[in-house]
Design a protein around this ligand. Structure first.
Ligand SMILES: NC(=O)c1ccc[n+]([C@@H]2O[C@H](COP(=O)([O-])OP(=O)(O)OC[C@H]3O[C@@H](n4cnc5c(N)ncnc54)[C@H](OP(=O)(O)O)[C@@H]3O)[C@@H](O)[C@H]2O)c1
Length: 273
């Protein structure tokens, strides 16, 4: 495993916390050269410092994935001095926790689309020429919610479906280009800021501590290791844990059963219900 990431030139968006930060540290341990991108400067700087302490090189770039000029600046910083790019990990994301019929400001749906969908498209637009040169890899962190519906997450689900659809088309366009596209679909992850920062019905962040994670949730370490393995094997899709691959099939065979399972899982985590 270690050789595959030694001296790999990597961009990670959403690297200031959660899965993006965990992937950065896991790659730093293996000697990757990282350019790390997010809006919170202090948190991003701390992740970069930890990566350097692990032995990797790490350059923090502060910016917003919904801004094309920021994404262009990110790629310019990563390629400074004629350096190439082998791997783009698009991990930036934001969630929601509210029923559609209780949403007070529907512009939340635009924000979810901009961050989760255009937040893959924009960095990739500027990175793709470099990935073609290096026969590199795009890793997009979607979600199992990119394949099924989940209540209280309608805008998030739509944005993750958009990512999955975009990549399914792009994969065909890029056939023969040498670029590999890996779509990652994790279940709930423990130890991230996603829930605290999720949009509530008033458009503000939900905040800390309102909900617990199910026992089925995945650790960041386990998810990161699975993603590194999938990158190394140049896989096209990774569902974590693997047993969730059955859900889209269940949706075809018995959609009502899947609705009951998913609604029950969300209800169990929503202490307002
Ligand atoms: N947590 C889960 O249960 C789960 C499950 C499946 C999939 N995922 C996906 O995993 C990815 C990582 O999420 P996470 O769980 O690790 O949550 P997280 O800890 O909140 O990480 C989200 C990252 O995205 C960055 N970000 C958000 N908006 C941004 C913007 N406009 N521009 C630049 N960076 C932005 C955040 O940094 P700044 O705030 O500093 O910008 C942060 O670094 C997301 O795509 C999420 O949808 C998460």
């Amino acid at each position: 495993m270690s050789d595959a990431f030694k001296d790999l030139r990597v961009i990670i968006t959403g690297a200031s916390s959660g899965l993006g930060a965990a992937l950065a540290e896991a790659m730093a341990v293996r000697g990757a050269h990282l350019t790390l991108f997010a809006r919170r400067e202090a948190e991003l700087g701390e992740v970069a410092a930890r990566c350097r302490a692990h032995g990797g090189s790490a350059k923090p770039v502060v910016g917003d994935v919904t801004s094309l000029p920021d994404c262009e600046r990110l790629v310019q910083a990563a390629t400074e001095g004629g350096v190439g790019i082998d791997l783009l990990v698009a991990s930036a994301g934001v969630s929601m926790w509210a029923r559609f019929d209780e949403i007070e400001d529907p512009s939340v749906y635009a924000k979810l689309m901009e961050t989760n969908y255009l937040g893959v498209v924009y960095p990739l637009h500027h990175t793709l020429p470099h990935l073609k040169t290096s026969s590199g890899t795009l890793v997009a962190i979607s979600s199992i919610q990119g394949k099924i519906g989940v209540p209280l997450h309608s805008g998030y689900v739509a944005s993750k479906h958009a990512v999955v659809g975009f990549l399914a088309a792009l994969r065909q366009e890029l056939k023969g280009s040498g670029v590999n596209i890996l779509t990652v679909m994790p279940h709930w992850l423990r130890g991230t800021d996603l829930r605290a920062n999720a949009y509530a019905k008033d458009g503000d962040a939900v905040g800390e501590g309102r909900r617990s994670h199910s026992r089925e949730s995945i650790s960041l370490e386990a998810c990161s290791e699975a993603i590194l393995e999938a990158i190394r094997k140049r896989k096209r899709e990774l569902v974590v844990p693997w047993k969730l691959r059955a859900l889209p099939w269940l949706n075809l065979i018995s959609p009502g059963t899947l609705d009951r399972i998913v609604s029950g899982a969300v209800k169990a985590q929503d202490d307002e219900d």
